[in-house]
Design a binder for this molecule. Structure first.
Ligand SMILES: Nc1ncnc2c1ncn2[C@@H]1O[C@H](COP(=O)(O)OP(=O)(O)OP(=O)(O)O)[C@@H](O)[C@H]1O
Length: 288
């Protein structure tokens, strides 16, 4: 299922003295099965845009096409549940939304809310708890007895148990240590690859955008200022700085290495493995 935004504008408190234009003239398409990162400085409009992806917000002008449904300004929408089921959002710090007495009930809540039977919801809970790297034993525990990392996985299992076609991740690694970040992102990436799940990654992390995204959309002051591959984007540090963004660590390390050795490597390397391979090829031996 593709999602396509066409000249989307959104104003908070439209028509009131407190009106505030948050995004404008935003058009792009997220093709089914892709991993797309949406990045931008604080206040650039990422969260506002994210809420349009499953019709939690309706554009003030323009339209959002989600599969076979078009959501546009000035039109009363019929049942939005099918859209909300197909496009799952994992909000920032999703563990804060756990509230049931045990993990099983928390995971079943979303699917049952969308009309799935209790029996089927429980079957899904048993399946998804393992897919997020936890054991079924945890299902009977209170979510509040778990560690922060486990709570986050439980909350993610609750969204996955709705079996969405598109998963929107709002700063999925916020507050995690580097190991936890990598584990969570690798888990999403495996799901994306194995199930052809479309991933939309809304993030401040240039590292995550560089490592996982096929395409990156950059927002600045409510407008789309760039759309392209991570490689194109991170080759231009000056432009990134203009938008208040930094280059990923691995690209910075590449520059440092080039400065120190006086040799330049072909292109931009987006992972340590790539950097090592490019260096070894240039230098004729394993120096990194
Ligand atoms: N509920 C609201 N009412 C009025 N203005 C808002 C509201 N939410 C956001 N804004 C404004 O809209 C603009 C875009 O905000 P948004 O939260 O979408 O940006 P963001 O890129 O997600 O920021 P961050 O990275 O800090 O979460 C900002 O100028 C913000 O002040």
């Amino acid at each position: 299922m593709d999602i396509s935004l066409q000249k989307v504008e959104y104003r908070y408190a439209a028509g009131s003295p407190f009106e505030k234009k948050a995004i404008e003239d935003i058009s792009f398409t997220i093709p089914s099965g892709q991993c797309v990162a949406i990045i931008g400085h604080t206040g650039s409009g990422k969260s506002t845009l994210l809420l349009h992806l499953n019709a939690l917000l309706k554009p003030t002008s323009g339209s959002v096409v989600i599969g076979d449904r078009t959501v546009k300004a000035g039109r009363k929408e019929k049942d939005l549940k099918p859209i909300r089921q197909k496009v799952g959002i994992v909000f920032q710090f999703p563990e804060q939304q756990l509230f049931e007495e045990n993990v099983m009930k928390d995971i079943c809540y979303g699917p049952m809310n969308f009309g799935v039977s209790e029996e089927e919801a429980k079957k899904r809970a048993r399946y998804w708890i393992e897919q997020v790297g936890l054991s079924q034993e945890i299902l009977e525990d209170s979510p509040f007895d778990l560690s922060g990392g486990q709570m986050r996985r439980v909350a993610i299992a609750g969204v996955l148990a709705m079996e969405p076609e598109v998963l929107v991740l709002d700063e999925p690694t916020a507050g995690l240590d580097p190991r936890g970040r990598k584990e969570i992102m690798d888990m999403f990436y495996q799901l994306h690859k194995k199930r052809n799940l479309t991933l939309i990654l809304v993030t401040h992390s240039m590292e995550d955008a560089a490592e996982y995204a096929d395409q990156v959309v950059v927002l600045n002051k409510g407008r789309k200022v760039h759309e392209g591959t991570p490689r194109d984007l991170f080759a231009d540090a000056e432009r990134l700085a203009e938008w208040g963004l930094g280059v990923p660590e691995v690209v910075r390390f590449q520059r440092l290495l080039e400065e120190k050795t006086g040799r330049s490597l072909p292109g931009v390397c987006l992972s340590i493995d790539e950097l090592a391979a490019a260096w070894n090829e240039q230098s004729g031996g394993p120096a990194v």
